[in-house]
Design a protein around this ligand. Sequence first.
Ligand SMILES: Cc1cc2nc3c(=O)[nH]c(=O)nc-3n(C[C@H](O)[C@H](O)[C@H](O)COP(=O)(O)OP(=O)(O)OC[C@H]3O[C@@H](n4cnc5c(N)ncnc54)[C@H](O)[C@@H]3O)c2cc1C
Length: 449
Amino acid sequence: MTGSSDSALRVLVIGGGLGGLCLAQGLRRRGVRAVVFERDPDPTPPAERYSIDINAFGNRALRECLPPPLWDAYVAIAGQSLRGVRFVTERLDPLIGVDWPAAERAEDNDWRVSRHKLRQVLLTGLDAQVHFGRKLAGYEPARDGRVRAVFEDGSEAVGDVLIGADGVGSRVRKQLLPAAEVRDLRIAAIGAKFPLAQHGERPWLPGPLLERMTIVLPSASCGMFITQYRRTERGTRPTGVPDDLLAPDIEDHAFWSLIARRAGFGAPGDLRDLPSGEMRDLVAGMVRGWSPVLRRLVADSPLHTFAAISIQSSSAIPQWESTNVTLLGDAIHTMTPLQGLGGNTALRDAARLCRNLAQAAEGRLDVRAALGDYEAQMRRYAGDAVRVSRRYAEQFVSDNRMGRAGFKAFLRVADNIPPLKRRLFAPARAKAGWPSAPQSRSALGSSRR
Ligand SMILES: Cc1cc2nc3c(=O)[nH]c(=O)nc-3n(C[C@H](O)[C@H](O)[C@H](O)COP(=O)(O)OP(=O)(O)OC[C@H]3O[C@@H](n4cnc5c(N)ncnc54)[C@H](O)[C@@H]3O)c2cc1C
């Protein structure tokens, strides 16, 4: 699974999250030397035991960067494909529903994936390249136009290129682009996992809630989404990968999340500091008049699975003069998690940057030109994703009852016009770029999470 002959170019990657590790895998595959420095001393933090949506853009990036046995392992561990979306009222009255046929090529599907397993796949084979417990303090120019990374433990590393893949609080961004802002949107979410193992004993949970992404729209101020992770047997058992990579790590579950303005939850301070019982009580109060099924989903979700998040977003992606230092993923384009685009965009960045760095390593492109081309493209697709996901979050929590009523009426009409419906809710694989015009225009007109 190693790359071919190593190039002279040495790439320092700061941050071993989804984007940084995908980049390291891709560079290794292309024979470019890369070293990852991750601040966390633990390769698999316990907080990662949940699932995320990886869409066609994320899958294509993984296919490009992972060596074939690891791609096969990823396909084997991915959960069921996302087969469509439906919008319902808080009483579970249908508004619109769209089904997506399975795509022919594996990578063109959307999958729900264990985040912990995905990280395990991305770490496989990189033992010698990933250094844990190394927190970047800053960077500075080194001799011959190279760059020196300085770590909080006093150690240093020198490379030709430095990539800040260090997430939302990025040290690299703060030094490279001190004016770039990440805004707290004052929107919060409380969610939990509901185990599906004994679903047979729970006839109260209707099938549609277990098969499609469901978006619940009450009259205003908040919304809920419900999705599922189910392990799926897919493809032949891959060979040449460690057995524990293929072992299940999370149980099949439905995941729900209630999103509202932080003040709307009616609790002082940071919701993340609340005991799980209080989180559950807050949500139970907010869904009091909703369908009994949704109330029960909240009430019966195990307390230890409750979690709250605070939603942030980059203000805009600034222009800057290209050097041998750049940024990828949340470090440069933090976006709301509502459309599930953040990780997918980080993976897309990694694949794009990997291609350009490989050309630089082969001497076909100057390093600055390689980074400049990546930055120009990333600004376009990631800028769109940041805008769309922020608008979506703000509309989700809007107090505009008239607007929400109009949007619901529009969905009911669109449900009877198949071409319009297909256009509004095309899966990511059908798009040339990120969300198209109808999604941007409508009040909440996107199915992408
Ligand atoms: C609840 C929730 C659900 C989500 N669901 C989805 C989804 O379904 N689909 C999707 O595509 N996205 C989703 N996202 C977004 C996704 O998780 C992020 O966009 C993605 O993790 C970004 O990847 P990254 O590599 O840029 O950053 P990260 O994954 O955050 O990795 C950054 C890494 O850098 C390390 N680091 C930070 N500072 C330093 C330092 N100074 N020195 C060294 N290392 C450092 C961190 O420890 C971390 O490991 C979700 C987010 C949340 C909060």
